[in-house]
Design a protein around this ligand. Structure first.
Ligand SMILES: NC(=O)c1ccc[n+]([C@@H]2O[C@H](COP(=O)([O-])OP(=O)(O)OC[C@H]3O[C@@H](n4cnc5c(N)ncnc54)[C@H](OP(=O)(O)O)[C@@H]3O)[C@@H](O)[C@H]2O)c1
Length: 388
């Protein structure tokens, strides 16, 4: 009690009240992860204070933290929208569709690339958005379409330049054990989630370098956290994270800032439809050798649908955390290198990076058990005898 209400104690309380007030006011205008980082900074400051023994050290710590926070907050100011031009890929549905509408409402000039120009998502964007939004065909695995998109964007932006590219288009593939995923699915995930994003980036970088703009790549929590059944998807998203991190370093000399978004689970079209699942199940079964098929059993493969169903029902229908983070990445003076929107996405990423592998694997097995079903051979008691 004595220490708490000593001179440094009062100083601490006053300063906490002042800083707390400032932070709360700032938070209203600073979307994304600002809140989480602020809580960490204030916690650090409080903790540091508790171990400080005198008014002198209290003041030193306070000045230091005030400086850090001042620098931090001045980078969080949002630049004016000013009809800046942004290109988004994969706007037919989900995040891309939501982002196109949200950024259009905020006053950006949006170039919305879609996989199907005649599809319902494209139609809806044309119908509901302002005249500053243009929808065009852009399959990111098709070099010709990427080049054509570049030509159209360059022609439209002219001297105004392109401010941001948001590589959003992506596919999940069929989540199952890595041994069972057909090579065609590994290649498809890489083709869209990695090579597609790389090719779009390379094509549009001359425009971004000119505007000293932003590159935002939508990866996934699965690109940083090893998740069972996600060997194809997770690997392609991990590759995208590494690509983005290297470009972040290389492009800093040009004034281009690069951010990676690693969302957790949100309810979009990513988990597919039952027709898609049926088709993918067939592909998986057709590509298995008789030996592997006998070891796993058809029932095990067909039970993977429960994972997709769970994914659909347990994910968050509100995608606004992703939209706010992308907006922050393209608008803040100093955007973050990484964003992790979604419940538990950030703690999981930290846990996967810093915890001992044994503990991580144990907990991961406990938490991510989607079905009790085991491969056929493992569920029969004589498996170990057979293996001998
Ligand atoms: N939803 C989540 O929980 C979650 C979590 C982490 C990361 N992500 C990532 O977020 C991004 C957006 O996904 P989403 O959740 O919004 O799913 P989504 O609704 O399926 O959106 C993905 C979009 O990409 C399009 N697309 C697929 N292949 C393409 C190609 N070759 N060229 C151009 N566009 C293509 C899809 O078109 P079609 O609809 O016509 O196929 C769809 O419009 C993806 O990169 C995904 O990996 C999502």
């Amino acid at each position: 009690m004595g220490t708490f209400f000593s001179d440094p104690g009062w100083l601490c309380l006053t300063v906490t009240a002042l800083l707390g007030g400032t932070i709360l006011c700032k938070l209203k205008t600073s979307p994304g992860q600002v809140g989480r980082k602020v809580v960490c900074l204030v916690g650090l400051w409080g903790g540091a204070y508790l171990i400080s023994l005198s008014l002198f050290w209290g003041l030193v710590l306070f000045s230091l933290l005030y400086f850090v926070m001042y620098t931090y907050f001045s980078g969080q100011e949002l630049l004016p929208v000013d009809q800046k031009a942004v290109l988004i890929t994969g706007c037919d549905s989900g995040f891309g569709y939501g982002l196109a509408r949200y950024l259009d409402e905020l006053g950006f000039t949006v170039f919305a690339g879609v996989l199907d120009e005649q599809g319902s998502g494209a139609e809806e964007l044309r119908r509901t958005c302002s005249k500053h939004l243009s929808v065009f065909q852009l399959n990111i695995t098709n070099t010709q379409e990427i080049k054509e998109a570049y030509r159209k964007v360059k022609e439209k932006v002219q001297n105004k330049g392109l401010w941001a590219v948001i590589n959003n288009a992506g596919v999940l593939g069929f989540p199952t054990d890595g041994e069972l995923i057909p090579m065609t699915e590994y290649k498809r995930c890489m083709a869209v989630n990695f090579f597609g994003a790389v090719e779009v980036t390379k094509e549009f970088l001359p425009l971004l370098r000119k505007s000293k703009g932003r590159l935002v790549n939508i990866s996934s929590m699965a690109g940083g956290v090893p998740m069972q059944k996600m060997a194809a998807y997770g690997s392609s998203k991990a590759a995208l994270i590494m690509f983005s991190s290297i470009l972040r370093q290389e492009l800093s000399k040009w004034g281009v800032k690069v951010s990676v978004i690693q969302p957790g689970g949100f309810r979009t079209n990513i988990s597919g439809t039952s027709q898609m699942w049926e088709k993918l199940e067939r592909t998986v079964l057709d590509n298995l050798s008789p030996e592997v098929q006998a070891d796993y059993g058809q029932d095990y493969i067909l039970s993977e649908r429960s994972f997709l169903r769970l994914m659909k029902t347990s994910s968050d229908p509100d995608i606004s955390p992703v939209l706010l983070d992308v907006r922050h990445a393209i608008s803040a003076q100093s955007p973050f290198a990484f964003y992790a929107p979604g419940k538990l996405s950030y703690p999981w990423l930290c846990f996967a990076s810093f915890s001992p592998t044994g503990i991580f694997d144990y907990l991961s097995r406990k938490i991510y058990t989607y079905s009790k079903k085991m491969p056929r051979v493992l569920s029969t008691s004589n498996w170990e005898d057979e293996a001998m």
